[in-house]
Unconditional design. Structure first.
Ligand code: UN1
Length: 513
């Protein structure tokens, strides 16, 4: 039975700078590596609470937008400093509540620091343009203006880095925020919100609401109808992203969507196979395959398929999984529900793919009991790593995002075929190719439909100052991170300034010619 301890945090919503006392039953957030450890107890907001938070955020937004951008940048810098000062504690909390290995948690918290470092400076830029006019004695300008109030709904797999990719630039640009972190990682949400408030984000500009899916969607719909919500940013499933897109569309809004992926990795005949195995191992099994950027399929040139597969299988069999506070390839799945969903899919795969030697429906090659396991497997939600060899278009595994430590392997004979296979599943988030031939690398990069492509590196591991986002079923073309996210959290305003003292008409006044 889960047990609370002095280490269990009791959380509340944060609305308008006030902690809102919980009404009703509190829910538990548990440690996925130690199911008896209750990390936090937290309330679930009703749709009304969500609407209230949007109203408060909307009322606070103009005041924040009036703060000079360099001063907002200083607040972002202070957030970065506080995250830096608390890096180990936050990373321990990420590992405890989400279950990723501590080294990965340190990397995740570092991404928040990197994001703050980047946007601190942006407060002194936030450039617009000066543009020449068609007519004399007139100057044209463009300005970035905040969108208004943005609701940000984030997932559990990157419980602090990905939220920071939305929240930090949105705050810098003068927006106010209602953040709904995942129900599986409320304590991390609370800790990050607390840091932002301590760093100087004014009351009402950042609001935190813990809510489940149905209350969030009812709350979003009501806030849109009330006119107090100007944009939604969402990270999660393609299915929910589609619903958010439809809902936003009714109000002529474009959401920021970061959805699923099936991220292909191509291993060319000339690839450094050891390097490719390392990249495939990290991409397929890092974070227990629960990254949006996790490798879903590996397409290996037929000439090197057997050699690659034997080295890859050996690497998987020798990998150590288990207690995420140790040096492991991956820890538990985030929750029991995720584990059960993964196991149910594995059962299905076992029925449909374990056809020894058939090659047409795939063969499970690495489902052995773990050689290396740290800790007690019954303590947490641990899943076996699985490679299915011989996958082809039409297989369930070819097109379905599995969100677990499972990867499909198939073969190709020329790069055009590899591109077709890699594009055919309809997702377009990340992708990778291992080759030493620049022609092959660029042919792949030009042909693949994906927001991100790596050459001789994993599908995972994007840096915080590059655009992050996907095509097709992976998103709606919006990008997070780097300078490009500003296009999602601001809107352009043009300014015409005529100092001629007369009415000059653009398109019509040809007197200057
Ligand atoms: C995600 O899985 O939603 O590129 C984000 C990576 C990380 C971020 C992943 N830097 O794998």
């Amino acid at each position: 039975m889960p047990s609370t301890s002095s280490d269990t945090r009791v959380l509340s919503h944060l609305i308008g700078g006030q902690r809102v006392a919980a009404t009703g039953e509190l829910l538990d957030s548990t440690n996925p590596a130690q199911r008896t450890d209750v990390v936090a107890r937290f309330p679930m907001a009703s749709a009304e609470t969500f609407v209230d938070a949007c109203r408060v955020a909307s009322a606070a937004q103009a005041g924040w937008a009036a703060v000079p951008a360099p001063v907002r940048g200083q607040v972002i810098g202070a957030i970065g400093q506080l995250v830096r000062a608390n890096k180990e504690a936050l990373s321990r909390l990420v590992t405890r509540e989400m279950g990723k290995p501590y080294a990965e948690s340190l990397g995740e918290v570092q991404e928040v620091i990197d994001t703050c470092d980047f946007f601190l400076g942006e407060g002194r830029r936030l450039y617009g343009q000066t543009v020449p006019s068609e007519v004399g004695d007139k100057q044209l300008f463009t300005f970035r203006r905040p969108v208004g109030t943005i609701a940000i709904v984030t997932a559990s797999n990157f419980p602090i880095a990905v939220p920071s990719w939305y929240i930090i630039p949105a705050l810098l640009a003068g927006n106010s925020i209602v953040w709904k972190p995942s129900e599986l990682t409320p304590a991390i949400g609370d800790a990050f919100a607390e840091i932002m408030v301590r760093a100087g984000v004014p009351a009402g500009v950042l609001n935190l609401v813990h809510a489940d899916g149905p209350s969030t969607s009812d709350g979003l719909a009501a806030a849109l109808e009330a006119g107090t919500l100007d944009k939604i940013g969402f990270t999660g499933s393609t299915e929910t992203g589609r619903k958010i897109s439809e809902l936003s569309g009714r109000y002529l809004q474009t959401p920021i969507l970061e959805l699923g992926g099936k991220n292909p990795l191509v291993v060319a005949a000339d690839a450094d196979l050891d390097l490719a195995v390392e990249g495939a191992l990290f991409g397929s099994f890092g974070t227990a395959g629960q990254r949006c950027t996790s490798t879903g399929t590996i397409w290996v040139h037929a000439d090197v398929h057997d050699e690659f597969l034997s080295r890859f299988s050996a690497a998987v069999e020798n990998a150590v999984i288990g207690d995420p506070s140790e040096n492991v390839l991956y820890g538990p799945m985030i929750s029991e529900t995720y584990l059960h969903r993964y196991e149910a899919f594995l059962d299905w795969i076992a029925d449909h793919h374990k056809v020894s030697g058939s090659g047409s429906t795939g063969q499970i090659t690495a489902d052995a009991p773990r050689r290396g396991f740290v800790g007690d497997p019954s303590d947490g939600f641990y899943a076996h790593p699985v490679i299915v060899d011989g996958i082809k278009p039409g297989d369930e595994l070819y097109a379905k995002e599995t969100f677990g430590p499972l990867v499909g392997v198939g073969t190709y004979t020329d790069i055009a075929e590899a591109i077709e296979l890699a594009n055919g599943h309809g997702y377009g988030l990340s992708s990778a190719i291992y080759t030493n031939d620049p022609r092959t690398a660029f042919t792949f990069a030009n042909g693949i439909s994906a927001g991100m492509t790596s050459v001789n590196n994993s599908t995972s591991g994007a840096e915080a100052h590059l655009p992050f986002g996907g095509n097709g079923k992976s998103g709606n073309g919006s990008r997070q991170s780097g300078i490009w996210v500003l296009d999602a959290v601001t809107q352009w305003q043009s300014l015409n300034w005529d100092y001629s003292g007369k009415l000059q008409k653009a398109q019509m006044d040809t007197t200057v010619l």
